[in-house]
Ligand binder design. Structure first.
Ligand code: PHE
Length: 441
């Protein structure tokens, strides 16, 4: 049973507040950093298409399922599975796995967020403009080589995250998302308008949308699926937790789709900011994680107005990272409150200390982020998503499920389609992608 009585549970002030918070969770480093760099590594076009299919056929239906689970149980992931199944069943494991994945995720997410904070600082102090390619590469190497500097920014970033979450669901998370998400969108529009004027715009469009099927491999399909879960914040309980604060009168289906749609739009827009810049200066799109922290600043350093553009870009990146880190952290905070009856502040302090304890070694060891990201994004999140899909489609009470889907919904007529997708294509796709990734297929 959930230990939080329904009446006393926090609730978003409005549906828009929920959508902004959920979009804040979804839109993050995943859209502005991870999506463009793995698209670059996987050769563009065809990968984008597979990714869009993953969002539409797997991600969006699972997002509806997660938000539904949270709202039905009105509790964090572990208790949601516990209260909606019986004690002898293993479903609660999906919730526990999610909370654990969240800790690992936040440990390296905050490492990369710290890079974004450092580059905001470098932009504000005008240390990028005019720098040669070697000088810019040197800036990034200095950062990754200087553990104290990285950890310093990381702890600052985590402190901000903990601060917002401990202020509460509406006065912390919702309020912060209402300011940062619109600001992020405006920054993105300004940056995209600038990229539109560049010589590399067409090449950027071609790279993103031109079909090069030969560049697609089983590994790239696994990465597209992993990215789908990562970018929509699925598979680790964040959407279950946010859904638990959603009013039962709100239309959860269209709110989920609005969130998934916004997230996809931002990933494409961010790519349309980046790739034209990269191509205008004759740089390589396939540099991996360095794309944002070496390739982009190298181009910005040579560009008229580059100094301002880099401030705008990195501030936008920090906003995006913060609203996502908040969502990851809320999973742990909500869990500790429910499970141990801790106050929000105390839960935040304990979870914050735990995240710092695994986050600091993550920043200190430059190999960790690659290893952890591969395990979490490509395996744990899809596995969590599989658990959610199987539970909601096959185990959850059918009347309850239908009622939740249809409550106040303009999309009530799609119930059957959604359920069918969740029952068959979603699990089959995830399992097939896993099998092909381990070489069985
Ligand atoms: N969706 C976030 C991003 O794209 C990452 C995230 C994953 C946030 C899981 C919360 C939970 O950056």
């Amino acid at each position: 049973m959930s230990s939080t009585p329904q009446g006393s549970r926090a609730q978003w002030n409005s549906r828009t507040g929920f959508i902004l918070a959920a979009a804040g969770s979804a839109v993050g480093l995943g859209n502005i950093w991870r999506f463009p760099y793995i698209t670059g590594e996987n050769g563009g076009g065809a990968f984008v298409l597979v990714y869009l299919l993953c969002i539409l056929l797997v991600g969006a239906p699972v997002m509806i399922a997660e938000i539904m689970l949270g709202r039905t149980a009105r509790s964090s992931p572990v208790n949601a599975f516990r209260s909606l199944s019986s004690r002898r069943e293993p479903w609660v494991g999906v919730g526990i796995l999610g909370v654990l994945a969240g800790f690992v995720l936040l440990s390296y997410y905050s490492t990369v967020a710290a890079w974004a904070v450092h580059f905001t600082f470098l932009s504000l102090t005008d240390s990028i403009a005019g720098g040669s390619a070697d000088a810019i590469k040197g800036l990034f190497d200095q950062l990754t080589g200087n553990v104290a500097l990285g950890v310093g920014w990381q702890l600052g970033f985590l402190a901000l995250t903990v601060g917002v979450v401990s202020a509460g669901v509406t006065s912390g998370i919702e309020r912060c998302s209402k300011v940062m998400m619109p600001a992020l969108f405006v920054l993105l529009l300004v940056l995209m308008a600038n990229s539109f004027t560049l010589d590399g715009w067409n090449e950027g469009m071609e790279f993103l949308f031109g079909m090069r099927l030969e560049s697609l491999t089983a590994q790239s399909v696994l990465e597209a699926l992993g990215q789908g879960f990562f970018t929509l914040s699925l598979g680790m309980g964040a959407m279950i937790t946010y859904g638990s604060y959603l009013s039962s009168k709100d239309d959860l289906t269209s709110a989920s789709l609005a969130t998934a749609g916004t997230d996809t739009l931002v990933a494409i827009m961010a790519s349309l900011v980046l790739f034209p810049i990269v191509f205008t200066f004759g740089l390589e799109p396939g540099q991996g994680p360095d794309l944002l922290f070496v390739t982009l600043p190298t181009a910005l350093a040579q560009m008229t107005g580059g100094a301002i553009l880099s401030v705008l870009f990195f501030v936008m990146l920090v906003f995006a990272a913060l609203t996502s880190a908040i969502a990851m952290f809320e999973v742990a905070a909500a869990y500790l409150q429910e499970e141990f009856g801790a106050t929000r502040k105390k839960a935040c302090l304990i979870a914050g200390a735990a995240v710092a304890a695994i986050g600091i070694p993550a920043t200190a060891n430059s190999q960790w982020f690659g290893v952890a990201d591969n395990i979490v994004s490509n395996w744990l999140l899809p596995l969590g998503g599989l658990g959610v899909a199987l539970f909601v489609a096959w185990r959850m009470d059918a009347a309850l499920r239908r009622g939740e889907f249809e409550a106040g919904s303009r999309l009530a007529g799609f119930y059957g389609t959604w359920l069918w997708i969740l029952k068959y294509p979603v699990p089959v796709c995830i399992v097939l992608v896993f099998l092909s990734a381990v070489g069985v297929l």
